[in-house]
Write a protein that binds this ligand. Structure first.
Ligand SMILES: [Zn+2]
Length: 301
């Protein structure tokens, strides 16, 4: 039994009530089938040329939601890429899965929900890329379902470190949240976040998680990707984490990607500007609410 499940009659009623909420999570965050959304060709070509031309230092491009393309010198890493989410995104990604596939070296996955470990994107990357998939054990069923062969999988375990393509990665614990910031009934202790050591910089991708001491204990975060949604750090916990970590570059994610309605706003609606206005001036200067496809450059000193 996990530590989150309630006991007693009141708790049972509470759990039943929450169970209906969790069905919403399962439906909303898991993938579906349909037609593939294509990226704008000219914009995509410009971005691909920019990625190809990046050979020095660290650069990141947001592709929507928790999807980042991160290039350090010659290695291109994706986190939770959703580049072929059929008919679900409110706007197409800046590049398609087909376009990025030949350049991608590593596809990092944080957990098994369809807006993070995306089936259509993964199936394209499997065919058109030689990338390795880094994923937690909680994603192995989906990996099998998508047809990823064992030799292309590196399994990450929370609180353990490993190396991939010459890059040191610390896997973070992640505990999935839900409406009202409560821990998700089906939260899986095997889910991960990641800290990537790139050159002399670090990039922290916490995945989907309520705020944990694990996050606050991370040392020297240069680039922080964080999710100011109701089921993640929202506003208060985002401010706590940012003030504790004092990153050089602060980039909100999990926002402005899926159409928002009353049922799904706990995971589709981010509050980046509300976080920013609560920060001291010095940290506000490091805060960037980027457009999709926009490059964030970090020099190695
Ligand atoms: Zn999510």
């Amino acid at each position: 039994m996990t530590g989150y499940r309630c006991r007693g009659s009141v708790a049972v009623a509470f759990a039943i009530n929450l169970a209906s909420v969790f069905v919403v999570v399962a439906q909303e965050e898991r993938g579906s089938v349909g037609s593939i959304v294509s990226a704008d060709t000219a914009r995509a070509e410009a971005m691909l040329a920019e990625i190809r031309g990046h050979t020095n230092g660290l650069a990141l491009w947001w592709t929507g939601h928790n999807g980042w393309l991160i290039k350090s010198d010659g290695v291109l890493i994706g986190t939770d890429l959703v580049l072929a989410d059929p008919g679900r995104r409110k706007n197409p990604p800046p590049v398609s899965a087909e376009q990025i596939a030949p350049m991608l070296n590593v596809s990092l996955i944080t957990h098994g929900h369809g807006d993070h470990f995306n089936g259509p994107t993964t199936r394209i990357l499997l065919r058109k890329s030689k990338c390795v998939f880094v994923l937690p054990t909680s994603c192995l069923d989906e990996a099998k379902q998508f047809g990823i062969p064992a030799e292309r999988i590196v399994v990450a375990h929370p609180r353990e470190s490993f190396e991939i393509q010459g890059i040191k990665v610390d896997a973070l614990r992640a505990i999935h949240g839900n409406k009202r910031g409560a821990v998700y009934f089906d939260a899986n202790l095997e889910d991960c976040g990641y800290v990537l050591h790139l050159g002399n910089k670090t990039v922290m991708q916490p995945g989907d998680s309520v705020l944990l001491e694990d996050h606050l204990f991370v040392k020297h975060v240069n680039v922080l990707l964080f999710s100011p949604t109701e089921h993640n750090w929202l506003i208060e916990d985002s401010v706590t984490a940012i003030q504790s970590l004092e990153p050089d570059v602060i980039l909100p994610q999990h926002r402005d990607t899926y159409p928002t309605n009353e049922q799904n706003r706990f995971w589709t609606k981010g509050f980046p500007f509300e976080v920013k206005e609560r920060l001291p001036k010095e940290l506000q200067k490091r805060f960037r609410v980027v457009e999709m496809g926009e490059r964030v450059f970090v020099a190695y000193q």
